[in-house]
Design a protein around this ligand. Structure first.
Ligand code: UDP
Length: 232
């Protein structure tokens, strides 16, 4: 396979493959927070996020949620369908945390009466601001029908992941999804990992995700490993 670098993000590199419709994702150990202000490395993160994302994409596929996932290639690499990413981050929340706590003035840890779906404009220079349906339409990021589809998929993914994680004694607090266009369809893309989700231990509420890095809580590697162990 040839290895032309198509794109390098904060935590991943995307390479072209010999197939024009596929790409190879390489998961790095690099970690950033607060829009790139905080930088560091989390040992073995690339390997664990690749493995955890693989498990979630396979689970979702078995429940009828299509994604870009084709197969895991090796410890740090995944083969995916090459999407045209929709510049909207879809965040689904079950429990108040992070920016929602700030926005509503509700304490972190309060269960929401029902899941909330939010949209953020995927734009680093603007710091990924919260946007609504009208903003998405005016910016021309997605049609109303596509946005309704992203919302429905977000809620379905939430139901599937929440149930599975709870059976492994993990609460799914919130998570971020990205979608893209492929062959006239919309597919789930990116990754689903402790970098992009908040996972709390079901009994103790111990944080088992990137908040340990963001908030300097220690035992960061151990948290990623713990999620992997519980899913296996
Ligand atoms: N998230 C993400 N990438 C982002 C922003 C948020 O993966 O650029 C995830 C984050 O890990 C959490 C959820 O989306 O699981 C909600 O994040 P929130 O809006 O609370 O932002 P934060 O408090 O992390 O700034």
């Amino acid at each position: 396979m040839s290895r032309t670098l198509l794109y390098e993000g904060k935590a991943k590199q995307i390479f072209q493959t010999d197939d024009p419709y596929e790409a190879l994702i390489f998961f790095k150990d690099d970690a950033t927070a607060f829009n790139g202000e905080k930088k560091g490395q989390i040992r073995s993160k690339g390997m664990l996020n690749n493995a955890i994302s693989t498990l979630f994409f396979e689970l979702l596929d078995s429940r009828g949620v299509p994604s870009h996932f084709v197969k895991r290639i090796d410890e740090r690499s995944m083969l995916v369908k090459k999407l045209k990413i929709i510049q909207v981050e879809v965040i689904v929340r079950n429990i108040v945390a992070g920016s929602l706590s700030q926005r509503l003035g509700w304490p972190e840890g309060r269960p929401l009466p029902r899941p909330i779906v939010e949209f953020y404009y995927k734009d680093d220079a603007l710091g990924d601001p919260l946007i609504n349906n009208d903003h998405v339409a005016v910016l021309g990021l997605a049609s109303p029908e596509e946005l309704a589809h992203l919302t429905a998929e977000g809620l379905k993914i939430n139901a599937v992941l929440q149930e599975h994680l709870l059976s492994r004694k993990v609460k799914l607090v919130d998570f971020k999804l990205e979608f893209g266009r492929f062959d006239n369809r919309i597919l789930l893309g990116d990754e689903i990992s402790p970098d992009t989700c908040r996972f709390w231990d079901a009994d103790t509420d111990k944080k088992l995700d990137k908040d340990r890095f963001r908030r300097d809580l220690g035992q960061v590697e151990e948290a990623y490993q713990e999620i992997y162990n519980r899913l296996n």
